[in-house]
Design a protein around this ligand. Structure first.
Ligand code: ZN
Ligand code: MN
Length: 487
């Protein structure tokens, strides 16, 4: 039967590296791109006898994630050992939480702007939230790199605080799953909890998917997919897996609970192992760590909750009069949104500033390898720049020339950059005289324009632009010419 006759059920386990200075159970610094095995100590190497010490800040950040996602925070949380044997964890267990995790339940809103572009093109899906089971905290493991015949191991990553966000099987399509991950990413970035960059491995997800014929109540056999490292790969992997399962079910092949590895280059998933259950890990309470009492931390965190992306979206529209799609773009990029707000606050022309921040500046940043934090144009300078366009002193194109000058000379302000280019607030009387002179000196063209040759007005504008000093805004000149010629 066609794929669409199957009900698809998807659940996710998302691992996120927390943005902390030090590791979860020792004082080694966290970070990315250091010389291998330089940020290690007996604890994160898992040497016998080394004891863990809790990172309180990591616990607070996990509670913050929980509160932002509407979880309840139990008063006591504890630590368990998850036993397994693999080279990435030489002490043979991962410190994790099974029985009493830090956060329970909660939900992730699927922001409409988080769906893939091609879905948005077909109209907005109705707003919904996805139920969470819980969020727990654990330690990341070492990073293995495999070569032919040998493998290398880097312990810099071992012990990095890792938050695991476990959803209920509450998603029903690859597109919803994409929106789920993107919404979650925005919330975590908004809270400064994680940079959640999938390509850097800061956010990694395992996806469970099962199919059942419509009408059947109990869920089908779930298959887990691992090793998916971008948002678009998650969508591709799910699309592939749903078709694979439907095809096998059609042919009467029963599904076996198992874990598959997604190979994005090949565009297929391959069986890794048949699935282990929780009891295979022989979880037990860690005798080295005392339980955490959360009440004081919850109060502290609750008093400083950041604005959620959904509220920010609403506020951008109300406060700055932005169009919905402009708010969509800004909410998705925190640094860009911050820059926008610093430039637009109190300016009275937020919409125009949004156009610069969303459409004009990004290609410039791209060309020059700058970021929103590093670009040499302070937000206030953008306010002034858009201001002179608004006043009609310069055109949009002239403003881009001013931008180039400012970029090369960050010490200049907008007024001085304009002066450098010969742009100044035009003296209305002076400009009037130049326009009258041009009309006087070009009687033939003036007649043709009056007779309906609309294009020739550009010629007259050009003549005024050549003669005028300081350089006026061509739009103002054309308007002045039209008024004087009565057209
Ligand atoms: Zn360490
Ligand atoms: Mn885990």
């Amino acid at each position: 039967m066609p794929v669409s006759d199957y009900l698809v059920t998807i659940g996710l386990e998302v691992h996120c590296q927390l943005k902390t200075r030090t590791k979860m159970f020792c004082a080694c610094p966290t970070g990315f791109g250091f010389e291998p095995n330089t940020h290690v100590c007996p604890t994160c190497l898992g040497l016998p006898g080394a004891l863990p010490v809790l990172n309180g800040y990591a616990i607070e950040r996990t509670i913050l994630a929980g509160l932002m996602l509407g979880c309840s925070i139990p008063p006591v949380s504890k630590w368990d050992r998850k036993n397994y044997f693999y080279a990435d964890m030489p002490k043979n267990y991962q410190l994790s939480q099974l029985e009493l995790p830090l956060c329970m339940r909660g939900e992730v809103p699927l922001y409409p702007w988080s769906y893939p572009q091609d879905v948005l093109g077909k109209g907005l899906p109705p707003f919904r939230t996805v139920k969470l089971d819980h969020i727990h905290l654990e330690e990341d493991v070492a990073k293995l790199t495999h070569f032919s015949g040998y493998s290398l191991i880097d312990f810099n990553r071992a012990g990095t605080p890792l938050m695991e966000i476990v959803s209920k099987p509450d998603l029903s399509s690859p597109e919803e799953t994409y929106a789920y991950l993107k919404s979650l990413q925005q919330i975590l970035v908004c809270g400064g909890i994680s940079d959640a960059d999938m390509e850097k491995g800061q956010m990694r997800c395992d996806v469970n998917v099962s199919l059942r014929p419509s009408g059947q109540r109990e869920l089908g056999t779930k298959i887990e997919m691992k090793n998916i490292n971008s948002l678009s790969a998650v969508r591709r992997a799910l699309q592939y897996e749903i078709h694979r399962q439907a095809d096998e079910l059609d042919r009467g092949i029963p599904q076996v609970q198992s874990t598959r590895r997604w190979d994005d280059e090949m565009g297929e998933s391959l069986v890794m192992r048949t699935k282990e259950n929780a009891h295979d890990y022989r979880y037990h309470t860690c005798p080295d760590l005392v339980p955490v009492h959360t009440r004081d931390m919850v109060e502290k965190v609750r008093s400083g909750l950041p604005e959620l992306p959904g509220d920010k979206h609403r506020r951008l529209i109300e406060e700055y009069g932005l169009a919905g799609n402009d708010a969509d773009a800004l909410v998705a990029e925190l640094a860009q949104c911050r820059y926008f707000e610093e430039a637009a606050r109190g300016s009275g022309f937020g919409k125009k500033i949004a156009n610069w921040v969303i459409n004009i500046l990004p290609p410039v940043l791209g060309e020059r390898g700058a970021t929103w934090e590093s670009l040499p144009l302070p937000p206030k300078a953008l306010t002034d720049l858009v201001g002179i366009v608004e006043e009609g002193v310069v055109s949009n194109n002239q403003a881009r020339e001013v931008l180039d000058v400012l970029w090369g000379n960050p010490a200049l302000d907008v007024a001085r950059a304009m002066a450098k280019l010969g742009y100044r607030k035009a003296d209305a009387g002076l400009l009037n005289t130049v326009v009258e002179q041009v009309i006087e000196r070009n009687p033939k063209e003036v007649e043709l324009v009056k007779g309906g040759n609309a294009k020739l007005i550009n010629f007259l504008t050009g003549q005024v632009m050549k003669a005028a000093n300081p350089k006026p805004n061509p739009k103002t000149v054309t308007e002045l010419l039209r008024a004087k010629l009565g057209i």
